[in-house]
Design a protein around this ligand. Structure first.
Ligand code: GDP
Length: 299
């Protein structure tokens, strides 16, 4: 996944700008910026972010204006400025919650159907279980037929204890029962998978509020499909309003996602990405690092 070959484009833009307008640095910078802006917009980065990014790159370049600078130095400066600016967009200051051993940590997942919630719940459970935590999974998705079976199969395969119900249709009650059972059994981390819908709906958000009120999560994680593009910003804002999530897991980073939507979602909610999903397998899961994420995006 790369941001519309941004790295290559920067090279091309710098080369052509410098060779055409050697003596007009400002004009050359503007030509370069135009190409960078196009690449970012094509990659689904939100237009407001692109515009502010453009201005800060422009300022940095003009402040560093040095006519004797060769094309290699200019190229490096442009690349570093773009890299730093993109990193600062996804590197938000809010510190995500860290579960503590010998405490009962409840983690609630939210997200639209198909975003990769159930898969990511199991991935996170395995991640913590490998690090010595006693982890249980609760399926509070009573909306989608087969949701409990899916979580159950994943959990059995990964050897993670699970809770769910085939008969109870009240997600709030199932969530509360599951959390209470695992708390009694002294589990360190209880992960609650919730229902999704194909699109954002008032009822879904209401359900998230109610579940959250009974399970009182220490952390709420929104799962976001990296390939949804421009919709990411609006979707994450809507979930932020209803469930005030404190972290994001970005899934399907192995696909053809353009990545700009993810950047916009983080910037819009000032919420850190904590992990990325890089495949369907339980181990296709990486801790998020802003620098390596942006390096990959730049190709
Ligand atoms: P949910 O409806 O949000 O619970 O989504 P699921 O966990 O059922 O995932 C929907 C589909 O996306 C499934 O086919 C998963 O195997 C797949 N999936 C989830 N995460 C990833 C990922 O990181 N990469 C890829 N390629 N597929 C994923």
């Amino acid at each position: 996944m790369v941001l519309a070959d941004l790295g290559k484009r920067i090279n091309g833009a710098v080369n052509s700008a410098l060779s055409n307008t050697q003596d007009d640095y400002v004009a050359a910078v503007d030509v370069m910026l135009k190409s960078i802006v196009t690449a970012l917009l094509e990659s689904d980065v939100n237009i407001r972010l692109v515009s502010s990014l453009r201005n800060s790159i422009r300022n940095t370049l003009l402040e560093n204006k040095n006519r004797s600078m060769g094309s290699m130095q200019t190229k490096k400066l442009v690349q570093k400025t773009v890299f730093d600016e993109l990193c600062s967009l996804v590197d938000c200051e809010a510190q995500p919650f860290q579960p503590k051993k010998k405490k009962q940590n409840v983690i609630m997942f939210v997200g639209l159907q198909g975003s990769g919630k159930t898969t990511s719940c199991t991935k996170l459970a395995v991640y913590y279980s490998k690090r010595g935590f006693k982890v249980g999974l609760v399926c509070a998705d009573t909306f989608r037929a087969g949701a409990f079976d899916q979580l159950k199969q994943n959990a059995i395969k990964a050897r993670i204890p699970f809770y769910g119900s085939y008969t109870d249709t009240n997600p709030v009650k199932v969530a509360a029962d599951g959390v209470s059972k695992f708390k009694k059994e002294k589990f360190d981390i209880i992960i609650v998978d919730t229902s999704g819908r194909h699109r954002q709906e008032e009822e879904l958000f209401q359900e998230m509020v109610e579940i959250s009120q009974v399970v009182k999560p220490n952390q709420t994680i929104m799962v976001l499909d990296a390939s949804i593009g421009q919709a990411a910003e609006q979707q994450s804002k809507a979930f932020k309003d209803s469930s005030d999530f404190g972290a994001i897991i970005l899934t399907k980073m192995d696909g053809h996602a353009k990545g700009g939507g993810a950047i916009s979602a983080v910037a819009a909610t000032n919420t850190p990405i904590i992990f990325i999903g890089t495949g369907e397998h339980v181990h296709d899961f990486e801790k998020f690092s802003p620098k390596s994420f942006i390096s990959k995006l730049l190709g």
